[in-house]
Design a protein around this ligand. Structure first.
Ligand SMILES: NC(=O)c1ccc[n+]([C@@H]2O[C@H](COP(=O)([O-])OP(=O)(O)OC[C@H]3O[C@@H](n4cnc5c(N)ncnc54)[C@H](OP(=O)(O)O)[C@@H]3O)[C@@H](O)[C@H]2O)c1
Length: 288
């Protein structure tokens, strides 16, 4: 049962989760952050003790580490080495790209580790706490820690699902492809429209309905069933000419066109829309 917690790293995620936890009966008793200002502000907010060194945090049932990812392991090592971790305490971080095992270090008293990654963008603790209910959270770690944590996260409105620790980086990379890298694809589309004389405002209006329809179709019915475009139709000539146009005008972008074309070709094969001859020729054109 988690009744008390301390916070290491009083940034957006840390303050949001700590405030949601306090609304659900958890007492935040210690806070430490990089700057004295952040430490004090968060400590005042939660009625906790501000401490300068992580080693001086009070003993609590839960320690939430929400520093930048690269500092999590060091923070955990210092905490474990300090002997201030209570026996059976839970050490938690919220990174989607770092396994919970980085929290495991030698300690005089055994403790449990876990990671719960909210799939959400955090920029403002007050707004984010209000919009948190319904957020999907990917969780992995010690079963003892997860039993207590998943109950707590569900209380604050999270929808938790388990992920495999050994493939956590791939889990995180999935959303990089589907979200962060989409910005790059949209930028390429804007650049190509611009060369063709289409204003940026008009380009955005053209893309709006087709992008929404594509995303909606792919997520609702699956990309294999709904893939469209010249590769999916087996239009080899169009694909060849588009590659040539890119190589002439945007040579750095041709490789990405071919790589994504190969993914579309796999989908097209699964859909069965193009003829075997077109597929064989497209494999040649798109390379491997
Ligand atoms: N932001 C998101 O959208 C998001 C979403 C899901 C998961 N996450 C994960 O949540 C974690 C925190 O991200 P965030 O966005 O909340 O970061 P953030 O707003 O930049 O906050 C990081 C906090 O860590 C503190 N800090 C830096 N160095 C420290 C140190 N050596 N010791 C103690 N505290 C230190 C900073 O302190 P000062 O304020 O004193 O400078 C800052 O308050 C990361 O693991 C991230 O991957 C983030």
């Amino acid at each position: 049962m988690i009744r008390t917690m301390s916070l290491v790293g009083a940034g957006n995620v840390g303050r949001t989760l700590a405030s949601l936890f306090t609304q659900n009966g958890i007492d935040v008793t210690g806070v430490t952050s990089r700057s004295a200002g952040s430490t004090k502000r968060a400590a005042d907010l939660f009625g906790a003790t501000p401490v300068e060194r992580i080693e001086d945090l009070p003993e609590t049932d839960l320690v939430l580490i929400t520093t930048p990812d690269d500092l999590i392991a060091d923070a955990a090592a210092r905490l474990a080495g300090s002997g201030r971790l209570a026996e059976g305490a839970v050490l938690l971080h919220c990174s989607g790209a770092t396994p919970s095992s980085v929290l495991r270090h030698d300690s005089p008293r055994p403790y449990h580790v876990a990671s719960v990654h909210p799939v959400k963008t955090f920029t403002d603790p007050i707004r984010d706490a209000a919009s948190f209910p319904g957020t999907y959270c990917g969780a992995e770690g010690d079963p003892e820690a997860l039993d207590a944590l998943l109950a707590l996260f569900e209380k604050i409105g999270a929808r938790c699902f388990r992920i495999r620790e050994e493939h956590k980086l791939l889990y995180h990379t999935a959303s990089v492809y589907a979200s962060a890298y989409l910005f790059g694809i949209i930028k390429i589309a804007f650049d190509l429209y611009e060369v063709a004389g289409v204003d940026r405002d008009v380009a955005a209006e053209i893309l709006d309905p087709i992008m929404h329809a594509t995303v909606s179709n792919a997520l609702t019915h699956g990309p294999e069933k709904t893939v469209t475009g010249p590769v999916s139709r087996g239009d080899v000539g169009v694909v060849e000419r588009q590659i040539a146009a890119l190589e002439k005008n945007f040579p750095d972008r041709a490789a990405l066109y071919k790589a994504l074309g190969r993914e579309a070709l796999d989908l097209s094969e699964a859909k069965g829309a193009a003829s075997p001859e077109s597929i064989a020729r497209l494999k040649d054109v798109l390379g491997s």
